[in-house]
Design a protein around this ligand. Structure first.
Ligand SMILES: *[C@@H]1O[C@H](CO)[C@@H](O)[C@H](O)[C@H]1NC(C)=O
Ligand SMILES: *[C@@H]1O[C@H](CO)[C@@H](O)[C@H](O)[C@H]1NC(C)=O
Ligand SMILES: *[C@@H]1O[C@H](CO)[C@@H](O)[C@H](O)[C@H]1NC(C)=O
Length: 662
């Protein structure tokens, strides 16, 4: 215990001397002892896992000639003390250039990452815009003096994307944080750390600074504390779990009139004051979580960007800084990424054309009533009827031989054949006096019942199974058919997708079909309604959307083959500072299952939930039977007339012969 105490006493003494000597020696770039710089930068870089460190200072030529004498003095002072304790202080005695080099060497060697030492001028000219090529850089401002501040504010903060690197500034306690950041915009998603030493100790308090938005007040959050023994104690939560409040900042959000997924809620003055539907729910949840407010705008379309860069629709509004956030379903495409950025994906689905289900009633199934059995079964049934009839005739003949007459029953073969066939049509037969004949009847009845049951079952399923013939199932077929029109939502990703497609078929579909459309639909509902109204119209839509809208229209939609899979997200301005926090909350919504629940209730993704309705038998299905009845009655009439005529002739003949007899 006493030993420990003495060591810590010695170290604090050394530190104290160091600080005094420091102030004495270095009025230049380094305002902390080297071990503080080393330890703190090392720990911050470990926390953020940076891959490169750039130490920024304002002096183009760090003072070379300072402190030779003082160094000598220090060496004398510290003779006999363990060198590990003295090293930091010993270094304080070196010239600033040496110390800077030593710091750089320490960081490169112990952390095995690139560490560069540069002044602001060099940084602007040598690195410049190419800083984006460095993955997760850590930029360190070694001090906060007047020159450094001016250089940082005027030379760097004007063009750099603040949120890209991690920043660390060493603050002198005399300076005010708000003064330092006056005129600097530190966006919401920045990782900007300020280290301030606690008076008379070598502990450092690390504060992170940010603004909710341009010209808003500077916000300071405690990031952690650092001390030489225990290192950095960082925050327990991730960035957006601790920085989760927009303090009522107003976000401008646009959506589309795209029922039923997004619908506007208007007041009496026809101003949009909210959104209904899936995206409206998400926006409300975000508003609650982020403590922000929304003002709503209506976008005419999703938007496309022609080569001259004048984007339309919501994409254009984002690009022109008219809105911050577009809360509607965007297909994530590479082309759009050069103008906007997307939130984390909300769901994935597929894009394909939909057509109206072709009518099946026009096809009369002439073979519907014989199709349930194969031809051989029919043959066997016919053979069975003949054999049964023959055996009855045989039995009757046999018994007639032994003088047992069956007076009730018919005895002609054709008559028996007729009755046996009747048994297969659920008709009864006259009861016989002869037991063997009754046995034959029983067998016939049983067989008929079984065969009839099987036949009915097969016939019912045959009639109810929907058979319709798709004219084609691919885009190629659509092109070849030539009678079909094809539409997509104007100013949408599909439009751009087909327009810029390198696929031969897709680009032909675009030039030959879509370009010819005079007016493209502006919403999914409009497109799907067109599919139902027009006889030959294919409409490109998302699977989810088609499934959802199927309930709103009274025709049956049939999908063609998939054109492309699609990932759906919402859109934000490029470099939007709110992307991270919105993504975090979307992921939280997903993890908690709320997003899934919303998708299910608002999108009802399952196709076919409503298809379990009854299918009625159409008139076409019984056409063959009707024909049979008509033909049968016609033939019977004919036979009746022929019979009648023959009878008349016969009667006339008889009358004549009687007259001639007389
Ligand atoms: C740190 O970054 C490297 C790549 O630079 C990566 O391989 C490693 O997984 C990262 N570690 C953590 C903890 O993020
Ligand atoms: C939300 O923002 C307001 C400022 O508009 C602030 O006063 C309030 O404390 C914030 N609420 C929460 C829960 O942080
Ligand atoms: C860009 O091109 C579109 C059509 O491709 C046109 O409507 C628009 O006016 C053009 N805008 C500018 C600024 O040239």
């Amino acid at each position: 215990m006493p030993r420990k105490f003495s060591i810590s006493l010695i170290s604090s003494l050394i530190v104290f001397i160091c600080i005094i000597v420091m102030f004495d020696l270095v009025r230049g770039q380094l305002i902390r002892p080297n071990y503080v710089y080393e330890g703190l930068i090392r720990d911050i870089r470990t926390y953020f896992n940076n891959s490169c460190i750039i130490l920024l200072h304002s002096e183009s030529n760090p003072i070379e000639t300072q402190g030779e004498k003082q160094m000598e003095k220090l060496k004398i002072l510290f003779i006999g003390i363990d060198s590990s304790h003295t090293e930091g202080c010993y270094l304080a005695g070196l010239t600033e250039a040496d110390r800077l080099l030593h710091l750089q060497k320490y960081l490169s060697l112990t952390l095995h990452i690139r560490t560069a030492l540069m002044d602001f001028n060099m940084f602007t000219t040598r690195v410049g815009e190419s800083y984006h090529n460095i993955k997760r850089p850590l930029f360190v401002l070694l001090n906060d003096n007047e020159d450094t501040r001016n250089n940082f504010v005027n030379q760097v903060s004007t063009w750099i994307t603040m949120s890209y690197p991690t920043w660390l500034v060493f603050f002198d306690n005399t300076n005010n944080l708000t003064d330092f950041f006056f005129d600097v915009y530190v966006p919401f998603d920045s990782k900007f750390m300020v280290a301030q030493s606690i008076n008379e100790t070598d502990k450092e308090i690390i504060t992170e600074v940010y603004q909710v938005y341009k010209d808003k007040e500077l916000r300071l959050d405690r990031f952690g504390v650092w001390d030489p023994e225990e290192g950095l104690k960082g925050p327990p939560h991730g960035l957006y779990l601790r920085r989760n409040d927009l303090f009522g900042h107003n976000l401008r959000v646009a959506s589309l009139q795209d029922p039923p997924v997004s619908l506007f809620h208007r007041n009496e003055k026809n101003e949009v004051i909210g959104i209904y539907g899936f995206f409206g729910k998400i926006v409300l949840l975000l508003q609650e979580e982020l403590n922000c407010t929304f003002t709503y705008r209506e976008a005419g379309s999703w938007g496309v960007c022609p080569p001259n860069g004048s984007c339309t629709g919501a994409i254009g509004m984002l690009k022109n800084d008219e809105i911050d956030f577009a809360a509607t379903e965007f297909m994530m495409t590479k082309q759009r990424l050069s103008f906007v950025t997307f939130t984390t994906p909300i769901f994935s689905t597929k894009v394909r054309p939909y057509v109206k289900r072709p009518k099946s009633t026009s096809i009369i199934k002439w073979d519907a009533y014989v199709a349930p059995f194969s031809i051989n079964i029919w043959r066997v049934i016919a053979l069975f009827i003949i054999i049964m009839s023959a055996s009855i005739v045989f039995i009757q003949k046999l018994f007639a031989f032994v003088h047992l007459q069956d007076n009730n029953s018919p005895s002609r073969f054709t008559e028996i054949l007729f009755f046996i066939t009747g048994a297969f049509c659920n008709q009864g037969m006259q009861q016989s006096m002869l037991d063997p004949v009754r046995m034959v009847h029983l067998v016939t009845y049983l067989t008929a019942v079984i065969i009839l049951a099987a036949y009915s079952a097969a016939l019912i399923s045959f009639l109810t199974v929907n058979t319709f013939v798709m004219p084609f199932t691919t885009m190629e077929g659509l092109l070849k058919d030539e009678s079909f029109r094809c539409g997509v939502i104007g100013n949408s990703a599909y439009y751009a997708f087909l327009q810029h497609s390198t696929d031969e078929v897709m680009s032909q579909v675009f030039t030959k079909l879509i370009k010819k459309e005079k007016k493209l639909p502006t919403s999914y509902l409009e497109g799907i309604e067109l599919v139902c109204k027009e006889d030959k119209y294919a409409f490109v839509a998302l699977d989810n959307m088609a499934a959802l809208l199927q309930q709103n229209v009274d025709c049956k939609l049939e999908p063609l083959d998939i054109i492309t899979p699609a990932t759906i997200a919402m859109a934000l301005q490029r470099n939007s500072p709110f992307r991270g926090i919105i993504n975090t909350h979307i992921l939280l919504l997903r993890d908690s299952g709320i997003l899934q629940r919303l998708l299910e209730t608002q999108w009802s993704v399952q196709l076919g939930a409503s298809t379990s309705s009854w299918k009625s038998v159409e008139i076409g299905d019984i056409m063959p039977l009707l024909f049979l009845i008509i033909i049968a009655s016609f033939i019977s009439y004919l036979v009746y007339i022929i019979e009648h005529i023959t009878y008349k002739i016969y009667q006339a003949g008889q009358v004549k012969s009687q007259q001639s007899k007389k």
